[in-house]
Design a protein around this ligand. Structure first.
Ligand code: 5GP
Length: 208
């Protein structure tokens, strides 16, 4: 029914399983448009340039910042991450549902620029599970794991600014919750202004 796309921002503690959830979400619901971010961090095993991220040098990233090429960008644990502007603007203008998987500073900038943005925060069921997942994936050294876990402390204070907390107990259940929340967002009056306008316009001079 609604013609306007929903801009959804998904964040979560490092190790919450966001990457896996996003892949499963896109497999099951391919109509969502997932923005591919740019980053200066090195690719992990199996990550591909242009698919998982656009892997850029620091110089290239900084020149894109200067050219206003990002809709938001942030520094996260020693690296830059940013959302390329063009993808978001072109898909929004076509009424598509867009998903950005970004950390908190970026999420709050998006909320300022796009007040209708829907902010979801993915969390594992508890802290022990988060540590287990972060250590278990074996992609970071201990110092980086410690830095990522230290960020949870600051992040926990900001979670209240999000619209929904989505527990990632199992990937399938988490995917269903996300799809349900975004689908429900389309039923809000602000996404259906044309329909409502029709009732007010047509009823004002109506007689049977
Ligand atoms: P990772 O290195 O684990 O892939 O990502 C680290 C953090 O950066 C994650 O919390 C991820 O959501 C966030 N991130 C990924 N892309 C972007 C982006 O374009 N902008 C911002 N602000 N954060 C991002």
């Amino acid at each position: 029914m609604s013609t306007r796309g929903v801009l959804t921002v998904i964040s979560g503690f490092s190790g919450a399983g966001k990457g896996t959830v996003m892949k499963a979400l896109m497999n099951k619901y391919p109509d969502y448009k997932l923005s591919i971010s740019a980053t200066t961090r090195s690719p992990r095993n199996g990550e591909q340039d242009g698919k998982d991220y656009f892997f850029l040098t620091k110089d290239k990233f900084e020149s894109m910042i200067e050219d206003d090429g990002f809709i938001e960008w942030a520094k996260y644990v020693d690296n830059y991450y940013g959302t390329p502007r063009e993808f978001v603007e072109s898909n929004l203008s076509q009424g598509k549902d867009i998903i950005l998987e970004i950390e908190m500073q970026g999420a709050l900038i998006i909320k300022e620029k796009f007040p209708d943005a829907l902010l979801l925060f993915i969390t594992p069921p508890d802290f022990d599970e988060l540590v287990k997942r972060l250590v278990g994936r074996g992609t970071e050294d201990n110092a980086t794991i410690n830095k990522r876990i230290a960020r949870c402390n600051e992040e926990a204070d900001v979670v209240a600014k999000y619209d929904y907390l989505v527990i990632n107990d199992t990937v399938d259940a988490c995917v269903e919750r996300i799809n349900e929340i975004i689908s429900n967002e389309h039923f809000k009056p602000k996404y259906n202004e044309e329909l409502i306008k029709q009732f007010s316009l047509k009823s004002s001079n109506f007689s049977i």
